[in-house]
Design a binder for this molecule. Structure first.
Ligand code: GLN
Length: 495
């Protein structure tokens, strides 16, 4: 049978497999065919696995088991869904910095070209328990440093909506895999916007959970105090389903939190109250279409009965500089493990020290080297106080500003990015121009707040429709409000 992938969602696929309309093998085959057809042009996948159909067969066996056992006996629908995991048989794309035991995980770097993971990331373990089907590993900026996948050692990922433009980054491959119908859901990692920005460039939903909600065990660390793994989905409901499957406290990541850690309280009586930091939405860097789209979106919220308030985040303009001090500091420390001894590439020099220079000099790309140098500098004695400590003080102040704003509102809205997907090569000459891409997204990482990008419309460029995204930020631990507001905005059913 022919499966219509363009309108497929996790919920629909789940129902269809439950009713026997199609099998997990049918679904996997459909995505595999599309992935193989589109990937040579898009370069979303660094590798499409050769055991996809075998994985789907295992999923079908599980489905058969579920149907035979309690499922067949149970008369209630409720019982059925309990026994039939939501993600059983769902085709996934996984970012190349998340470990799947026995498979290559390179973080799109030459230094880990042939590195095979020796264990499963906690999120992967959870997805395996659900019975998902992994289609492949996706392209990214090397070690997740970038906003366009142009820093990948394996070529850029093109935007399926307009192939002379970037798919965003660093999780550009995961987003493009979904946008080209090469998978139904995906995982990415977000240190400063790497899920939300590509989600916005590809017309998808992307969630950066509250810091500590999702275990980082098995994701290659970039900035450990900022990193979170999160889902990409075609709908808010799909992103929520994946989030529910991967979240939870984990003994392997001491920074994970329990559901009881935060108890967010809303101020809105009927509906969450929306806050807009207007003062931060000025300046020439923000495209006219983006601002017009924001106003349309706010109008939509207004029609839906939301109260919208203007808020002040007095120190928010310092977020980007603080991020670009703290993040490289953590990068320089995290990437020191790639020394050519324990993992991946090894190049011989004249002596032991020279081995490091050879290995790291050849194994890391330009942006990775730039950030290692910058990070080492800001952490060095004499500069530590002036840069690193000061940036951390700014981080605390910005967090206070947000907590204060959340005394009056329940969700803060901004555009996800200052402009739609840019041209391939347009921002590679000047790193600062590229860094400005992250202006709206880094604050959620600095503060640990949950943030989600949802599709909000299009910008017409060169006769093509480029997706735009709206970012919603909520209190610590309040993903629930994001899902609720996101679903209402998208016209999805609220459960
Ligand atoms: N674009 C940002 C950076 O280059 C964010 C990266 C990320 O979230 N991994 O640091």
């Amino acid at each position: 049978m022919k499966i219509d992938l363009s309108s497929m969602t996790i919920t629909k696929a789940h129902e269809a497999m439950k009713n026997g309309d199609f099998t997990a093998v049918d679904l996997a085959q459909a995505y595999l065919d599309e992935a193989k057809k589109r990937n040579p042009e898009i370069n979303a996948y660094l590798e499409i696995y050769d055991d996809v159909i075998e994985q789907a067969k295992v999923a079908d066996e599980k489905i058969a088991e579920v149907k035979k056992s309690s499922y067949a006996k149970a008369s209630k629908d409720k019982q059925r869904s309990k026994d039939f995991p939501m993600l059983l048989g769902i085709p996934f794309a996984i970012k190349d910095n998340i470990l799947i035991k026995g498979r290559i995980a390179s973080s799109a770097s030459k230094i880990l070209e042939n590195y095979r993971a020796t264990y499963d990331a906690t999120v992967i373990e959870k997805l395996k328990k659900e019975g998902v089907v992994f289609i492949g590993r996706t392209n990214m900026d090397e070690f997740a440093m970038g906003g366009s996948t142009e820093n990948s050692a394996y070529g850029v990922t093109k935007n399926p909506h307009h192939t002379s433009r970037v798919a965003g980054g660093s999780s550009g491959g995961s987003a493009a895999a979904l946008a080209m119908d090469g998978a139904l859901a995906a995982l990415g990692s977000d240190t400063g916007g790497s899920i939300r920005q590509p989600a916005s460039f590809n017309g998808l939903v992307g969630l950066k959970p509250t810091y500590g909600r999702v275990s980082r065990s098995g994701v290659m660390s970039m900035g450990s105090s900022l990193d979170q793994i999160g889902p990409f989905g075609k709908t808010v409901t799909d992103a929520e389903i994946v989030y529910n499957a991967i979240k939870g406290q984990d003994a392997l990541d001491g920074t994970t939190i329990s559901d009881a850690t935060y108890s967010p309280k809303r101020v809105g009586q009927q509906k969450p109250v929306i806050g807009i930091p207007r003062h931060f939405l000025t300046g020439d860097g923000i495209a006219k279409d983006v601002l017009a789209n924001l106003d349309e979106s706010l109008e939509h919220f207004y029609q839906l009965g939301y109260e919208i308030k203007e808020i002040k985040l007095p120190n928010i303009s310092h977020a980007l500089p603080a991020y670009y001090v703290i993040m490289p500091a953590e990068v320089s420390s995290n990437l020191s493990r790639f020394d050519g001894v324990k993992y991946g590439l090894h190049k011989d020099g004249v002596d032991g020290i020279d081995d490091y220079f050879e290995t790291r000099g050849r194994g890391f790309g330009k942006e990775a080297r730039r950030r290692i140098l910058l990070g080492t500098y800001v952490l060095s004695s004499g500069y530590y106080e002036a840069y690193y400590n000061r940036a951390n003080a700014v981080r605390r102040i910005i967090t206070q500003d947000f907590l204060k704003a959340f005394e009056d509102v329940d969700v803060i809205i901004t555009p996800t990015t200052p402009a739609p997907a840019f041209k391939i090569g347009e921002k590679t000459a000047d790193p600062v121009v590229m860094y400005l891409e992250d202006i709206f997204t880094v604050t959620a990482n600095l503060t640990g707040l949950p943030a989600m990008s949802v599709p909000s419309g299009f910008s017409e460029i060169e006769g093509k429709k480029l997706p735009l995204g709206l970012q919603m930020i909520a209190r610590h631990g309040d993903e629930k409000t994001l899902f609720e507001v996101g679903k209402e905005f998208q016209g999805e059913m609220i459960n």
